[in-house]
Structure formats: structure tokens, C-alpha cells
Design a binder for this molecule. Structure first.
Ligand code: NAD
Ligand code: AKB
Length: 317
């Protein structure tokens, strides 16, 4: 029987992935942890512990005590926040992964999931249909930590047989939990502002074209890559995931179709330079070939879903 540990369960992805894993494996078989308190839906539907992933001793204790077989390690400092505290963010992003990899090796865990990001690419990478294997010279602390993490993941697989799996998520769009301090967060915030105030000041330029993905597709892809037979996983660093690419101007135009008096203004800040160093679109044909990756939300569908779901939050108040 599988026993799953989720690290970082209270974040944008963890708050949804934990519940999905509990549906699949049984509520008591998914131990949710975070350094901060989690949402009621998580604490009331199964085991929850406060855990700092940097506390190696407690991490080993939690894994051994609960007879954990798989880990989903989601704790990290995202791109925008990491630029404000580079050394502390490097420490959290790298030490946490090394703790999880070492533990997986020593305790012989079956599988681990650790997400990478489109941030592994940089200004010298081809920006359109960025290939799976290409030039990677990231210039953000977050991107450098994700690229180093990918190399460690592959190293632990080749050297010790640790079965780590990973996706290079694009910007994720969801309505359950707010986004965690990244460059792509505008594509979540815009819906809250559009519904509450009918206006949004975007911190990226109107033409900042970036790859994004609706959370349901990201969760589905995460579970699919983890469920795939080990022999089908030919990429042991991290798989490209394309999602859907659009610019702030395009998403504003899509929102305007439902809220005609919505107004968008632009005041680019330091995150514009980060966006300019990342791909505009991604080639994810290797993930499609290896384990059947499929995106189902385009800009129209994700905009409609976000407007409906965020709208419900405010009409319920
Ligand atoms: P998030 O910031 O919303 O959540 C991260 C969670 O980790 C938070 O709940 C935080 O409290 C927890 N955490 C931080 N430090 C911790 C520590 N020391 N010990 C235990 N928990 C700690 O991030 P997210 O958006 O859910 O992202 C999850 C993972 O996916 C990260 O690795 C991130 O880099 C990656 N990713 C996210 C996106 C996205 O758009 N959301 C895109 C690409 C990659
Ligand atoms: C960020 O903007 O930092 C994240 C990511 C793409 O990794 N959303």
C-alpha cells in the first residue's frame, strides 16, 4: 500500500494536489505537511503536521513513523520573492531537495515528485517552442536553483536509482489558493481585481507573452507522470510542459468579453525582466510521447472557469 508525504501542502499547488491524492490513495494514506497552518479542507480530511523540510531530523522521523513510500516535495521560494532574498531562497530551494533526495536514497523510497519550472531557461534559450533539450542559462536565483535541482534529480537516479519525477511547470492559474510570489501571478490576480474592481494594474508589459496552465491540467499531468511505468520515463531531469501561451493584453481582452468595462493598465516592475528571460512558448512533445501529456484548457476555457469560480467566492460573501 502506498503512503504519501506532501511537503508544502498549503501552497497554490499543494492545496489542490493533496486533496486529489487523498481521493486516489485514501485520506489517511496522504500525510500533508507545511511550515505554516494549512486550509481546513486539508487538516480536516486527513493527517496534517507542521514540518520545516529543512529540519532533517524531523523529516526523517515523519517519513519513518508514517511508513512513507512516496514524497511530493512542493516547498520552494518562487521567482519574484527569491529575487528579494537570493541567498536564503537558494538555501531553502536546494537544501530541501537534497534532504528529500538523501532520505529517499537512505530509506529506499519508491518514488518522489519535485517540480521544476520554465524558469530553468534564460535569455540565451530559444524563446519560441523551447525544446526539451536546449541552452539553459537562467539568470534568476529561482531559475538557477531549479536547474541545479534538475541536475541533482538526474544524478540521484543515475547514481543511486532514486526514482524522481519532475515537470517544468509553466505559470499555474487557479482559484482555490493565491499564487505564491512568482512572475506569472498576474494571471491569477487579474481575475480577483476584474471581479472586485473592474480594473487591474499589471506589473508586466502588455506584450509579455508567457506559457501558463490551468491547475486541473497541471494536477492531471503530475499524477500521470507519477503513475507512468518507470521504463517510460526517458527524461530524468524534468519534462517540458507547454500549457497555453498568452500575453497580458490577450487575457485582458478575453476578460473584457465577459466584463466589458474592465480596464487594464501597465506598470512593469522588476518581474518584467524575468518574464523577458523566459520562453514565450514550450515544445512538450517528449512528455506527450513518453506518458501522454495533454492540455485541455485554452485561454477561453480557463478565463471562463476563473471568472465563474472567483465570482462565486465574492457572491457568497
Ligand atoms: P507556494 O509558494 O504557493 O507554496 C509553497 C509552500 O511551501 C507554501 O505553503 C509554504 O508555506 C511551504 N514552505 C515554504 N518553505 C517551507 C519549508 N521550509 N518547509 C515546509 N514547507 C515550506 O508554491 P506553489 O505555487 O504551490 O509551488 C509549488 C512548487 O511548484 C514549487 O517548487 C514551485 O517552484 C513549483 N512551481 C510552481 C509554479 C506555479 O505557477 N505555481 C510554476 C512552476 C513551478
Ligand atoms: C513563477 O512565476 O515563479 C512560477 C514559475 C513559472 O515557476 N509561477
Amino acid at each position: 500500500m502506498e503512503k504519501i508525504l506532501v511537503i508544502g501542502c498549503a501552497g497554490q499547488i499543494g492545496s489542490e494536489l493533496t486533496l486529489e491524492l487523498r481521493k486516489m490513495y485514501g485520506e489517511n494514506n496522504v500525510v500533508a505537511t507545511d511550515i505554516k497552518p494549512a486550509q481546513k479542507e486539508i487538516t480536516e480530511s486527513g493527517p496534517f503536521e507542521i514540518l520545516d523540510v529543512l529540519d532533517t531530523h524531523r523529516l526523517f522521523g515523519t517519513v519513518s513513523r508514517n511508513k512513507i513510500t512516496q514524497i511530493y516535495h512542493l516547498a520552494a521560494i518562487l521567482s519574484g520573492n527569491a529575487e528579494k532574498k537570493p541567498i536564503a531562497s537558494w538555501h531553502i530551494n536546494m537544501e530541501s531537495l537534497l534532504n528529500v533526495l538523501e532520505l529517499s536514497r537512505e530509506l529506499n523510497l519508491k518514488k518522489i515528485f519535485w517540480p521544476s519550472s520554465i524558469a530553468v531557461f534564460g535569455p540565451t534559450t530559444p524563446r519560441v517552442d523551447t525544446p526539451q533539450f536546449t541552452v539553459m542559462e537562467p539568470n534568476t536565483v529561482y531559475g538557477i536553483s531549479k536547474l541545479a535541482g534538475e541536475r541533482w534529480l538526474e544524478y540521484y537516479f543515475q547514481k543511486y536509482g532514486v526514482d524522481g519525477r519532475s515537470l517544468r511547470y509553466p505559470g499555474l492559474i487557479s482559484h482555490k489558493t493565491e499564487a505564491g510570489g512568482g512572475t506569472t501571478d498576474y494571471a491569477v490576480d487579474i481575475f480577483y481585481e476584474a471581479i472586485q474592481n473592474k480594473m487591474y494594474e499589471c506589473y508586466l508589459d502588455e506584450h509579455a507573452y508567457l506559457p501558463m496552465q490551468f491547475m486541473d491540467d497541471a494536477i492531471k499531468a503530475t499524477i500521470e507522470v507519477m503513475e507512468a511505468p518507470a521504463d517510460d520515463i526517458t527524461v530524468r531531469s524534468s519534462y517540458n510542459v507547454a500549457g497555453v501561451s498568452f500575453s497580458p493584453k490577450e487575457i485582458a481582452a478575453e476578460i473584457k468579453k465577459s466584463i466589458p468595462d474592465f480596464k487594464m493598465s501597465y506598470a512593469p516592475d522588476f518581474r518584467q525582466a524575468i518574464a523577458e528571460s523566459w520562453p514565450k512558448s514550450i515544445d512538450d512533445s517528449v512528455a506527450q510521447r513518453d506518458w501522454g501529456l495533454k492540455n485541455t484548457y485554452d485561454l477561453k476555457r480557463l478565463t471562463q472557469t476563473m471568472l465563474e469560480e472567483v465570482g462565486k467566492k465574492f457572491s457568497a460573501k
